[in-house]
Design a binder for this molecule. Structure first.
Ligand SMILES: Cc1cc2nc3c(=O)[nH]c(=O)nc-3n(C[C@H](O)[C@H](O)[C@H](O)COP(=O)(O)OP(=O)(O)OC[C@H]3O[C@@H](n4cnc5c(N)ncnc54)[C@H](O)[C@@H]3O)c2cc1C
Ligand SMILES: NC(=O)c1ccc[n+]([C@@H]2O[C@H](COP(=O)([O-])OP(=O)(O)OC[C@H]3O[C@@H](n4cnc5c(N)ncnc54)[C@H](O)[C@@H]3O)[C@@H](O)[C@H]2O)c1
Length: 441
């Protein structure tokens, strides 16, 4: 049986980060990938999503300016956009595999554990000083009659023909972002939401403003709806919910994701896990010495995001190569939904401290600034949270919320004093960043 220094199970952002760093060492490494090399983010997640968002944003911003200087809003040609997307992205898994193969051994296949120390793939068995599980998450699929008609982000992000009607079950990140895309392209979209609000984790006000803006563009929301079954008659699909039937041509299932642990046969080991993922200590080690887990597959309170997965990959590389003995300490993590308008946040949620006198919450409407007015952006609102004059939280709804909040993350994370910021930083004017100094007053 061949033995390695490290075995990486998965090749998404968490494992890819480690594999790149290990490539600069003399370590013997095996990378095992069961599906597309590179994982979720570059193949069927963040990257194709933000690529398609480029055209969608242009359409939506031009629609917003109708009658304000734009007479003919842009129109999205889904087929051409998708062809362009496929040309860019189709070769990525093979290219990623080739990059990894330059430095490491590679197995294409799903790995499983034989025991605490042995991994099997394609009928071959391997051991290593360190086994790193970085298998990510996969969509939950509604277990209802007709579930064979459900599609996931994987399908929609490569969909060649735009359906006339799209029903989206689930109004979290994936549901809202992909609904924004297909609606911008001209599909008639219905969101089926099983509670009374979307997203969660952002403020209630931002959630509501997002729904209002999407509704104004014709996207329908059915709240407090439980989906019971799906049926097909000729080419038309019917989604039956306890709030009524929805006729559609395509259904996106976006009800959340679960950790990829089923195929790992963890019950052959002493590795502990729960429904949120694999349990790790403060050094990313599982309950089995020498076996670690990083990325989305980990059970932890931090959000499941690419930069978090990469941060854990970087940390574990540093730890295993003796560059640190410290426990992992996460930075201030920014998060955004790339809807239109966007919502974004970092640090303390203003809703959580609304009644706490230790905190000061400041709401700043941005529509009066010429940069926002020039886009006819009536919604953009920035909310800041201060504790003892120090900025501890920022959130925003608006066309540029993600980039706006990025400007506040260093101030929260580095605990930069507002006065010092104003003394030492002068942003380019007029830009998104120029508001920071004034907002901190
Ligand atoms: C539609 C969508 C949009 C997103 N947008 C954003 C965004 O804008 N910003 C952001 O920060 N995050 C975004 N995310 C989340 C981001 O994609 C993930 O946080 C990130 O990919 C996690 O990286 P990972 O390496 O932990 O897992 P993954 O990228 O999921 O990679 C895990 C890999 O392990 C493989 N694998 C699984 N089981 C096995 C096995 N037994 N053997 C071998 N290989 C196995 C899988 O095939 C997969 O390739 C998005 C996710 C989705 C679904
Ligand atoms: N922009 C980003 O950074 C981004 C984008 C996409 C995904 N992600 C990551 O991926 C994770 C998963 O995203 P997601 O959208 O799949 O999950 P999510 O948890 O964000 O949303 C799932 C939604 O489905 C709802 N739901 C659950 N069961 C349902 C049911 N039976 N019927 C109807 N609705 C139901 C939930 O209430 C929730 O609102 C996110 O938490 C995030 O970490 C990030």
């Amino acid at each position: 049986m061949k033995k390695y220094d490290e075995i990486l199970i998965g090749s998404g952002p968490a494992a890819y980060k480690m594999s790149n760093l290990l490539a600069k060492t003399t370590h013997q490494v095996l990378v095992i990938e069961g599906f597309e090399f590179g994982g979720t983010c570059p193949n069927y997640g963040c990257e194709p999503k933000i690529f398609l968002e480029g055209a969608a944003r242009t359409v939506l911003q031009s629609q917003q300016l109708l009658g304000k200087g734009i007479s003919q809003p842009a129109k999205l040609d889904w087929q051409t956009l998708m062809q362009t997307k496929l040309e860019r992205f189709n070769s990525w898994p093979d290219e990623t595999r080739a990059i990894i193969k330059k430095s490491h051994d590679v197995e294409a296949g799903y790995a499983h554990f034989i025991d605490d120390k042995t991994v099997s793939v394609n009928g071959r068995q391997y051991q290593a000083d360190h086994i790193i599980i970085a298998t990510g998450q996969t969509p939950n699929i509604l277990d209802i009659p007709g579930k064979e008609y459900l599609h996931t982000n994987y399908d929609l992000l490569s969909l060649k023909e735009l359906p006339a009607r799209v029903a989206v079950i689930g109004a979290g990140f994936v549901g809202l972002e992909l609904a924004t895309l297909v609606a911008a392209a001209g599909a008639d979209v219905t969101m089926i939401v099983h509670s009374d609000r979307v997203l969660r984790g952002f403020t209630r006000g931002e959630d509501k403003a997002l729904v209002d803006a999407m509704q104004k563009r014709g996207i329908k929301f059915v709240f407090n709806a439980n989906t019971q079954k799906i049926s097909q008659c000729k080419k038309e699909l019917t989604v039956t919910t306890d709030q009524g039937d929805i006729k559609t041509d395509y259904i996106l299932n976006a009800i959340g994701r679960h950790p990829n642990i089923e195929k790992l046969a963890l019950d052959n080991t002493n590795i502990k896990y729960d429904r949120h993922g694999i349990k790790v200590d403060d050094h990313m080690m599982t309950s089995v010495e020498g076996v670690y887990a990083i990325g989305d597959v980990v059970s932890r309170k931090q959000p499941k995001l690419t930069p978090v997965a990469e941060f854990e990959g970087q940390y574990l590389f540093n730890y295993l190569t003796g560059k640190t003995t410290q426990q992992i300490a996460y930075p201030t993590i920014g998060q955004a939904a790339f809807t239109f308008p966007e919502v974004a946040k970092a640090g303390v949620n203003p809703d959580d401290v609304a009644n706490d006198p230790q905190y000061r919450v400041k709401r700043i409407p941005l529509k009066y600034g010429s940069l926002y007015a020039g886009q006819n952006d009536q919604i953009s609102t920035l909310t800041l949270v201060f504790k003892d004059q120090q900025l501890v939280g920022a959130s925003e709804i608006g066309d540029y919320a993600a980039d706006d909040i990025n400007n506040f993350i260093p101030i929260i994370g580095l605990q930069i004093d507002s006065n010092e910021y104003r003394q030492k930083v002068m942003a380019i004017y007029p830009t998104l960043g120029d508001k920071v100094a004034g907002a901190l007053l």
